[in-house]
Design a protein around this ligand. Sequence first.
Ligand code: G6P
Length: 543
Amino acid sequence: MEPILVDTQPIDGQKPGTSGLRKKTKVFMQPHYLENYVQSIFDGIGGVQGKTLVVGGDGRYFNDSAIQTILRMAAANGASKCIVGQGGICSTPAASNLIRKNGTDGGLILSASHNPGGPDEDFGLKYNGPNGGPAAEHVTDKIFDRTKEIVQYKTLDTADIDLGAIGTTKVGDMTVEIIDPVADYAELMEKLFDFDAIAKLFAGGFTMRFDAMHAVTGPYAKAILEGRLGAAEGTVVNATPLPDFGGGHPDPNPIWAKGLMDLMMGDDAPDFGAASDGDGDRNMIVGKGQYVTPSDSLAVLAAQATVAPAYADGLAGVARSMPTSGAVDRVAEKKGIECFETPTGWKFFGNLLDAGRATLCGEESAGTGSNHVREKDGLWAVLLWLNILAATGKSVKEIMADHWAEYGRNYYSRHDYEDVEAEKANALMDGLRARFEELPGQTYGPLTIATADEFAYDDPVDGSRATKQGIRIGFTSGGRVVFRLSGTGTVGATIRVYLEEYETDQSKLHRDAQEALAPIIAAADEIAGIVKNTGREAPNVIT
Ligand code: G6P
């Protein structure tokens, strides 16, 4: 079938951020907007002639019609096959698995992750490479360059296909295979973990609540937790993916998963609580009366992963993003394994995982994962926790208490100032940069600044360098504050302030985090002049 060549012109602002291109849905729905970006991806990766791609998304508003457009364009550009999740649905980690398992040339994932969905909310699209991970920066740079020079895209004049019908069909000359998006993923999880031990735990009366937040992990969690592992029916709540996530904000943290938090802190709490985000790559872990920060979760998983069959031989190394707390570093030190500090963004773990240098990775932004795929994986983290709970017979609270007693506790919190005018946010960061030399030695309350710099990363595998990855202020106490601008927002700028203090005094391991961090919080505000520079009296979100 002959492709139709459509004339177009470059559209400003199609620069992929931390995780692909994210914009308001209405921006994506403008004439030529999606098409320009899809053609730029195809051109940026050297064309798709004869290639096979995985295509799937988190089911948010515009997911299905965007997939029809992508399929027509892939066919017009000569792709030989697309593998599509039924109904256009596929969690991000499951898509990563499909790319790897089928040895495809990569995939297109439609999601704005944890951002709300709907006509007035957010949409996103990213390209993952043949290793199943988010494209490296040299690839996204090429894609961005194409968006600035595009004059034509290719498509076909074909009817929409039925995305709900499992089986094989055609779009033009291209084969489209519509598959059950859960089956391969569930099979992979069954290989990694001791399902018998977890099933025994549930059979013994262990109770759990998994909040799928009306997002993509609903079907996965139901099939695995309730289906294969025998958790009671109703364990998974908000299990049906909705185009607007039920009007919610599908970000698994104590603010947006408040219902789950309230339950877990109350008298009727089940033994274990967990949640996942819009596209299934993030997770939140909470025990009875015990919230676990993502940084602590990574440390616990690293300390105990060997209980799971997939990690029984030990870990090659671990990696965390720079703003993530140093809790996992202490585990790595004790185990004598390598620990890498990377810039924010899962793509930076790709080389370490591919090279076999790291087995487990994690970020403060609620992402944890391993070398089983090349994305963070929400349900994977939940299952590894379940495996640990089953193997140790301990509660989440006991596991945390034991962990802190052994390794010390990295008190941690993130304060976000959302939707700040970009100019003001940049001025605040520039103001800090200008003072790197004068800050060391200055005191703020009980704290003295030891170091001030901006994080840059030299990839130990391919030698590439990423600069301007967050401003770090270290204190002589061992605590620190990091200032960084979010790379995933769609309006204005978000200033993230990451606060951390390390405590080894056994009598001080069970304090409230905000209280324990109070001196650092006060110092952070004073050093950066947040109130003065932004006019904001307080952060919008504290996690
Ligand atoms: C996405 C990426 C994560 C990253 C996060 C940072 O979720 O997949 O790897 O940690 O963005 O978001 P931010 O808004 O802080 O740039």
